[in-house]
Design a protein around this ligand. Structure first.
Ligand SMILES: NC(=O)c1ccc[n+]([C@@H]2O[C@H](COP(=O)([O-])OP(=O)(O)OC[C@H]3O[C@@H](n4cnc5c(N)ncnc54)[C@H](OP(=O)(O)O)[C@@H]3O)[C@@H](O)[C@H]2O)c1
Length: 285
């Protein structure tokens, strides 16, 4: 297949390109090739295109910046998704769009499945949810894949770092690291997400919305503990007191996703988050 990957130099996009290159002809698109928020730019990038699928990893996803710049966030995460849904219809090809666990409010305190009601708490989550709706109501052939707590070898373009690298950096600079123990997630290595996407692309998975994270869950504190264990760090890790870090933006306290849809169709190949973390640390650190 010939597959266009948008955000090809990003944290997730770069791993998707690597995972697909063995089997597919990958067209890597970066911001200089396409601005998804600009309809004309999208039409130009796919003018006379013979790609068989579009994968979109691009987003405006710095949560703080989204709060400060809601128009830009909606333009990229909402209108950008609309533009891709429309071009996929024009080319009569599927669009595979990446979304987020931040569409949920975290009140459930049990793993979210695809049919749970999304109630975003912030601008980022709302604009990503609008992107999901544009893709799922307008594109005739689509996958929306919600990922969570991602980290990859290529630094996150929007933040410049990921949590694993940050913890390792802090463990070398400080005697003590303090991390919250009352927020829960499923950390997921982008290399594993990319392999799962490669499997989806070559499967007969029904079009629709799917959760795609590693198995299991943990608090940020437990995540840090595992990182320091794997890197054999002697840094003192302590739980942050409630309210120790100022809360600037509402975020879900619990955003664990269950890959129910993939499991129902026998296509889930995601391993436990600790396995993905070990693989990542072996590769990068
Ligand atoms: N990071 C997380 O923890 C996390 C968690 C859940 C879901 N997600 C979702 O996962 C996806 C991938 O995240 P990531 O961490 O891989 O992001 P990333 O490293 O920041 O990469 C995003 C890519 O999109 C490009 N981009 C930004 N705006 C664009 C636009 N208007 N048109 C075209 N390209 C644009 C960026 O280019 P430049 O930087 O060069 O401008 C970058 O290459 C996003 O949809 C995000 O919402 C992320």
């Amino acid at each position: 297949m010939k597959i266009a990957v948008i955000g090809a130099n990003g944290q997730l996009g770069s791993d998707i390109c690597i995972a697909l290159k063995n089997t597919d002809d990958v067209v890597e698109l970066i911001i200089d090739d396409i601005d998804i928020s600009d309809k004309k730019s999208v039409e130009k990038a796919f003018n006379n295109s013979d790609v068989d699928m579009i994968i979109n990893t691009a987003a405006f996803h710095n949560v703080e910046k989204c709060e400060d710049e809601p128009e830009t966030a909606f333009k990229v995460n909402g209108i950008g998704s609309l533009n891709l849904a429309e071009i996929s219809n024009k080319l009569d090809i599927p669009v595979l769009h990446i979304s987020t666990d931040y569409v949920f409010d975290g009140e459930k305190m049990a793993p979210y499945i695809e049919t749970d009601l999304p109630i975003p708490l912030n601008v980022y989550g709302n604009t990503k949810l609008s992107g999901e709706y544009f893709v799922s109501t307008i594109a005739k052939k689509y996958y929306v894949l919600r990922v969570s707590g991602i980290y990859g070898v290529n630094p996150c373009m929007a933040k410049g770092y990921n949590f694993v690298d940050l913890m390792i950096k802090l463990s070398k600079e400080r005697d003590e690291v303090r991390v919250v123990d009352d927020e829960f997630l499923t950390p997921t290595y982008t290399g594993e997400i990319a392999n799962q996407i490669a499997k989806i692309v070559h499967s007969d998975l029904k079009y629709g919305l799917y959760h795609l994270t590693a198995e299991g869950s943990c608090s940020w504190y437990e995540f840090a503990k595992e990182i320091f264990g794997l890197t054999k760090s002697n840094v003192k890790l302590n739980k942050a007191e409630p309210g120790e870090f100022a809360i600037k933006i509402n975020r879900p306290k619990y955003s664990v996703l269950e890959n129910k849809g993939l499991k129902d169709q026998n296509l889930n190949i995601m391993s436990h988050w600790k396995e993905g973390l070990a693989e990542y640390i072996k590769k990068k650190h």
